[in-house]
Write a protein that binds this ligand. Structure first.
Ligand code: G16
Length: 543
């Protein structure tokens, strides 16, 4: 029986960089999830007779939320739901499934790399017909609707079964429970040279380790790397998804994937290491004794794209988020293809990909992807690297070094200050904003400021404008310092400081990054007064 439940708005339902992310206990408040879902269904266009994909990263509350969404979808017009078995779909797999079955859109339940469990985080976002995150026009409409909501509609019925693959009906609505891995694995085999990768993984010498961090990519990596590509059993570690990610923080970076990093930096270690995050869209790439920064990884993938079957014909263009280093710009220039600079947030790549203006995109936040779907894709990046290694028959370290020798190196680091009080963070950003008009022309530690602004993006496709996307300070020598507040945290504010220096001298390509960037790090602290305002002596995380 369909019931209309009376409700009242919650004032904290504005989606951030990637959907609505909150503590689980916030989502557990009566009517909280239901209000957001109703606001979402009311904002995404005509839902009558449409097909909706649903899945999540398996974290605590995933299945509970899915049952609610299913019961609301049934009375909001949908005619068919496609749901991953056990409610699982990695974010890239959800994007793949939306596109493959030409669905109206999808609901993805994830808080990405944020810790999970009863005390952890939960999240929900809507992806549109192209498989990508809803643009700001829709996320803002969801927020506005959430602020005026007075009731929602839900079917009163028993829970559906998420365990058996197959078809069931809820009133007139068809529900297909699908294998969450199969469609994605097939797509990967269409893109990459699986026989070449298989030959590498089975040559008896090459060793690799993939850390699924107890999150969603375990089943995907086991199926693709171990089963289809023949990597030895045990290549995938922490491969069984757990509702609390085993108490960990599935963020594939030097801090949170420390065990993997240690193994790759040991005297005798694997040739290749990789990790993905909670929902499978991020990636970290390591070689024996080397960490490849996400910005370098983007540049190297683009420079080697012709080795990959799907990209043999060349790239239409490359896109990167504004804070991502300019390493890929050098590749675009050499390939004579356009380079696009967008705000942080994968949603900003969607229009460029749909318009076929770019083929490969990437972000400093461990995200890389291409036109094959409309989300960043962790395992895709790992397979891309394996394909390059299989063809070039060189180590990761040799490939990176040769890349720097050819294109120059962009030394790059990101310093995160997590959970600082929101008022302090706002004060710090306001202080920077006030300095903007006077900075150009000033000499700071020997670097002359070329420009200072708060980044605005003018989308060349739909002409929309996104303002206040981060404070940029560019120097005449190509160095950059960027400040912005994260849009994905759930506690206090996270200040991100991005620092980049350009090096073309072949004698200076192999220095320690933090040492090389020391003078710029000092400039950043003195301009933003980080230490004095936050009381912190060091960042929480350095990547
Ligand atoms: C999300 C977005 C990314 C963004 C990242 C960090 O990733 O999809 O585009 O780069 O957050 O954003 P922020 O710097 O605002 O925290 P994910 O993997 O968390 O979904």
């Amino acid at each position: 029986m369909s019931t209309t439940i009376t409700s009242q708005p919650f004032n904290d339902q504005r989606p951030g960089t990637s959907g609505l992310r909150k503590r689980v206990r916030v989502f557990q408040q009566k009517h909280y999830l239901e209000n957001f879902v109703q606001a979402m269904f009311d904002s995404v266009g005509d839902t009558q007779e449409q097909t909706l994909v649903i899945g999540g990263d398996g974290r605590f509350y995933n299945q509970t939320a899915i049952q609610t969404i299913v019961k609301m979808a049934a009375v909001n017009g949908f005619k068919r739901l496609i749901i991953g078995q056990h409610g699982l779909l990695s974010t890239p797999a959800a994007s793949c499934v939306i596109r493959k079955y030409q669905a109206f859109g999808g609901v993805i339940l994830s808080a990405s790399h944020n810790p999970a469990g009863q005390e952890g985080d939960f999240g929900i976002k809507f992806n549109i017909r192209n498989g990508g995150p809803a643009p700001e026009s829709i996320t803002e409409a969801i927020y506005q609707n959430s602020q005026h909501i007075s009731s929602y509609q839900i079917l009163e019925c028993a829970d559906i079964s998420l365990t058996e693959i197959g078809t069931q009906f809820l009133q007139d609505m068809q529900i297909d429970i699908i294998d969450p891995v199969a469609d994605y694995a097939e797509l990967m085999s269409d893109i990459f040279d699986f026989p070449a990768i298989r030959a590498l993984l089975c040559n008896g010498r090459f060793q690799m380790r993939f850390d699924a961090m107890h999150a969603i990519t375990g089943p995907y990596a086991k199926e693709i790397l171990e089963k289809r590509l023949g990597a030895e059993a045990g290549t995938v570690i922490n491969g069984v998804p757990q509702a609390d990610f085993a108490g960990g923080h599935p963020d594939p970076n030097l801090t949170y994937a420390a065990e993997l990093v240690e193994e790759l930096f040991a005297d005798i270690g694997p040739d290749f290491g990789a990790a993905s995050d909670g929902d499978g869209d991020r990636n970290m790439i390591l070689g024996h004794g080397i960490f490849v920064t996400p910005s370098d990884s983007l540049a190297i993938l683009a420079a080697n794209a012709e080795l990959i079957p799907a990209y043999q014909k060349g790239l239409k263009g490359i896109a990167r988020s504004m804070p991502t280093s300019q390493a890929a710009d050098r590749v675009a220039q050499a390939l004579n293809i356009p380079m696009h600079e967008t705000p942080t947030g994968w949603k900003f790549f969607g229009n460029l990909l749909d318009a076929d203006m770019v083929t490969i995109c990437g972000e400093e936040s461990f995200g890389t992807g291409s036109n094959h779907i409309r989300e960043k894709d962790g395992l895709w990046a790992v397979l891309f690297w394996l394909n390059i290694l299989a063809i070039r028959q060189q180590s990761v370290s040799e490939i990176v070094r040769q890349h720097w020798q050819k294109y120059g190196r962009n030394y790059y680091t990101r310093h995160d200050y997590e959970e600082i009080p929101i008022e302090i963070a706002n004060q710090l950003m306001e202080g920077l904003q006030q300095q903007i008009p006077d900075l150009a022309g000033q000499s700071l530690n020997g670097h002359i400021v070329d420009y200072a602004d708060n980044f605005s993006y003018h989308d060349p496709v739909d002409k929309s404008i996104a303002e206040n996307q981060g404070i940029r300070i560019g120097f005449t020598d190509g160095c950059r310092i960027i400040f912005r507040l994260s849009g994905t945290g759930t506690q206090g504010a996270t200040l991100r400081v991005y620092i980049e220096a350009i090096e073309d001298n072949p004698d200076n390509l192999f220095e320690d990054t933090q040492t090389r960037l020391k003078d710029l790090i000092e400039i950043a602290d003195s301009l933003a007064k980080i230490k004095s305002l936050t009381g912190r002596n060091a960042p929480t995380v350095i990547t």
